[in-house]
Every structure is written in C-alpha cells, then in structure tokens.
Ligand binder design. Structure first.
Ligand code: PAF
Length: 295
C-alpha cells in the first residue's frame, strides 16, 4: 500500500483481541503482507488520557495500532503494589474501541512467562540511579517484558511516554544493544489542568492527597528554572525535597538533576539535562520529570 494510509471503514472498528503470541503474530503478518505499517503501544492497562495520546500518536504514524495490556509481575518488588495495581480490562477494551484501535494483546502471565522461564534482560548503568535505586530489580522486569513485547509484536514503531523518562532511555538502549528492529517514539507527558502528570496510580490518591499531588510538578519546574538560572544543583535538590515534605508528601525517593542521555548526576549546563522526582503520598508513588533549559 506504499505509504498510503489504509483507513478503516466505520464497519471495521471492532478491536481484535489476542491472548497468544501466535495469534498476534499471524495478524501482524497479515497486515505486513498487505503493505501496512504497524505501531505498538505497551501498557499495563487501566487506560487513561495519556494512553489515548500515545494511541493517537501511533495512529498518526502507522496504519495499524496494537495496544498491549499486561500488568507485568516481574517489574514489581515484593513490597510493591502488584496486587493493588488498578485493573479494568473490560473498561480498557471499551476505550480502545472508542479510540478505534486495531488490536489489543492481552496475554495471561503463563503466556508471557511459561513454566521454566529463565531469561532476564539487564540494562547496566542507566538503571543504577533514580527509580533503579529505589526499586531494585524494577528495570530488569521492565526490560525483560518490553524486549518480549517488541519481539512478539514486530511493530515498526513503539510508543513510550516521557513521564517514565528513565524507562524510555532504558528501552532505547536495549533496542540499540540487542538490534531489535523497531523505532522507539517518545510521547510527551500528558497533564491534568493543575500540572499533575496523568498516571494510573492517581486513582489511589484521597481528595486531600490529590490536592497536594501537583506540588511535585510545581517543585520540579521551580528547580529546573533555578538550575537553568545558575543556582547550585545540590542546594536546589535539597530545597525541593524539603518543599515536597512540607507540602504533605510522606516520603521523597529522589529529587535530582540528571543528564538526559546518560542519567548520570548533572554537573553543568553543557549537556541536555532534566529534573527528576519520585515521592509517596500514602501508598501512591508518583514520578515526574521536566527539562532543564532546553532539556
Ligand atoms: O510503562 C508501563 O506501563 C510499563 O512499564 C510497560 C512499558 C508497559 C512494561 O510493563
């Protein structure tokens, strides 16, 4: 179909749902044989506006879009919220239908991790700090499942949100290192009107916590502005942590300026950098990041 968009007709909007890798691959192979391009949007479900923005970005680039929905047990630590992570498969499928998504891949855990599964993908260095330091093993779980999803879907493009910027960099690196033939496409963070980054975990916030939550973005922006203006990085980081605790956050995992490409601590304004934070309000762990200067 040589680049021409093969738009679906109104009668053809039903999301095709696949639970096995074999069925998904057969569908993607059929699309490819017809000359269509394919994008994948990996998710853990409980879809919201930020996921829809990723689907729309995928639709703008490719002829067909697959959304994967799998709450990946391997990326949750023992004391983390795997059991209470929000799930709503039928609601998700309705949203995919409304967004005119072509296919959903909804594997069970035994399809992703059959008995005897023994392989793990580990991206070194990039995963040492930030969420890697406060959630040991998290990125091994992410890297392993993302590698599998990319190989299973065999898409041209794969969409990843900039809210999870460290995850985005880890995925870019594993795709490069393992020669996985896919383009990684970053999608800008989608925010509520008060600045709070949209996340599935926001449903865990009580009304009081929800009122405090936008402070995370506010403090990140303030810190980024101060560092871009020449303030001491160490001082700004310490002030940001204190400001979050004062505002009502229960715990701050990190509030740090890092180089965008390597995620190593920022030392000066020469290389693109970002301000990163993760902090708890009750059991909800919120993360966010913003560019410093031109980022
Ligand atoms: O960002 C997420 O929702 C997850 O980490 C991902 C990429 C779907 C892997 O489980």
């Amino acid at each position: 179909m040589s680049g021409e968009k093969a738009r679906k007709s109104a009668a053809d909007t039903q999301v095709q749902i696949f639970e096995t890798v074999a069925d998904l691959r057969a569908c993607v192979a059929k699309w490819r044989a017809a000359g269509l391009t394919v994008a994948v949007v990996p998710t853990m479900g409980f879809l919201h506006r930020a996921h829809i923005a990723m689907i729309e970005a995928a639709q703008a680039r490719c002829d067909r879009v697959v959304v994967t929905i799998f709450v990946n047990p391997k990326q949750f630590g023992e004391n983390e919220d795997f059991d209470t992570y929000p799930r709503d498969l039928s609601g998700d499928l309705a949203k995919l239908e409304e967004a005119r998504t072509d296919a959903a891949f909804t594997p069970l855990a035994r399809e992703m991790y059959p008995p005897g599964f023994a392989t793990s993908v580990l991206v070194a260095d990039l995963t040492d700090g930030l969420c890697g330091a406060s959630r040991p093993g998290h990125f091994d779980g992410v890297s392993t499942v993302v590698t599998k999803l990319l190989l299973q879907c065999q898409a041209d493009d794969a969409m990843f949100g900039e809210k999870d910027f460290q995850q985005l960099q880890v995925v870019r690196r594993l795709v490069r290192d393992l020669d996985i033939p896919v383009r990684i496409v970053p999608v800008p963070t989608v925010r509520e009107s008060d600045g709070l980054a949209i996340s599935s975990r926001n449903v865990k916030l009580s009304p009081k916590q929800r009122a405090v939550a936008p402070t995370l973005y506010g403090e990140l922006c303030r810190a980024a502005e101060r560092i871009a203006g020449g303030a001491s990085i160490g001082e700004v980081e310490a002030e940001g942590r204190a400001a979050l605790l004062n505002a009502g956050f229960d715990k701050v995992d990190y509030f740090e300026a890092r180089e965008a490409a390597t995620l190593t601590p920022m030392v000066g304004l020469d290389a693109p950098a970002r301000m990163f934070a993760a902090a708890f309000l009750g059991e909800a762990r919120l993360i966010d990041n913003v560019p410093i200067g031109d980022g």
